[in-house]
Design a protein around this ligand. Structure first.
Ligand SMILES: [Zn+2]
Ligand SMILES: [Zn+2]
Length: 269
């Protein structure tokens, strides 16, 4: 079991210390855990590490590596926010850090005079939002800053698979071409969806990852990572086996993780 996406209290909207997260992961049978708190970013300071906390964050992880060495491999990561204008900010920050793994995610979608967030579910279907999201996604993929795109398909919480496919299809060959992975984020099994017709939230629906898209990415020899995106130790490791066993029949053979930014492939089928 590999979990390459998990948060601690350093993300502020998540709970649990590094040690609590690691201990929960060991109990669940996770063998390789990458801790990926939200990196400092100028859009907000309340939902992420502050620059002044980075040293303590790395110290906590390094101490956990020593304490739990016999039971689990712990890797140091960050989840960075990507916005098209953020390239030089992110490039500068990354040049100063030594990390095993870097996730690039879109949480904020810039529209003319406002910013739509990927959890503003009723707005995600608007054409201007979709155009902005997929334009940013292309730039993220081509930025060469990241090892993987975090939850590229999270907008499936309210966007239909047909619409997602129409926008993502031209980008699919770019993952392999730019040597960046596609994350299988298992929080799609836990999070609510938004039913446009009913105008309300629904639960217990597998919203992402999209099997249609994953099948095509497998044909294109794309790298996949997998992560629970736990924001609470109780969720670490959740959904990993479920997603993998659903995707093996459509051709999934390998899951990768990263150590010192080097990809390591693990056979799953
Ligand atoms: Zn995220
Ligand atoms: Zn996350």
């Amino acid at each position: 079991m590999i979990d390459s996406h998990a948060h601690t209290h350093y993300s502020k909207h998540a709970v649990g210390s590094v040690n609590e997260l690691v201990e929960a992961a060991i109990v669940k049978g996770v063998k390789i855990l990458t801790i990926t708190d939200h990196a400092p970013f100028y859009v907000d300071s309340k939902n992420r590490l502050l620059e002044t906390e980075l040293n303590q964050y790395f110290e906590d992880i390094n101490r956990a590596k020593e304490i739990y060495d016999d039971d689990i491999m712990i890797l140091t990561g960050l989840e960075l926010d990507f916005m098209p204008e953020s390239y030089s900010y992110l490039e500068k920050m990354l040049s100063q850090l030594e990390l095993d793994f870097i996730i690039g995610s879109i949480h904020y979608i810039p529209i003319k005079n406002e910013t739509v967030r990927v959890w503003d579910l009723p707005h995600l279907n608007e054409t201007k939002v979709l155009n902005s999201y997929f334009s940013a996604l292309r730039q993220l993929i081509e930025s060469k800053l990241f090892d993987v795109v975090g939850h590229p398909d999270t907008i499936l919480r309210s966007v239909s698979e047909d619409v997602y496919w129409r926008y993502i299809e031209p980008l699919l060959p770019l993952f392999k071409k730019n040597n960046i992975g596609y994350e299988l984020n298992t929080s799609g099994l836990r999070k609510s969806s938004f039913d446009i017709e009913l105008g309300q939230k629904t639960y217990d629906k597998w919203s992402y990852p999209s099997k249609l898209v994953v099948a095509e990415l497998i044909k294109l020899s794309t790298t996949f990572t997998i992560g629970s995106d736990a924001h609470d130790p109780v969720d670490v490791g959740k959904g990993l086996q479920e997603i993998i066993s659903e995707l093996i029949p459509i051709g999934l053979k390998n899951i990768s993780y990263f150590k010192s930014r080097q990809r390591i492939d693990v056979e799953v089928a």
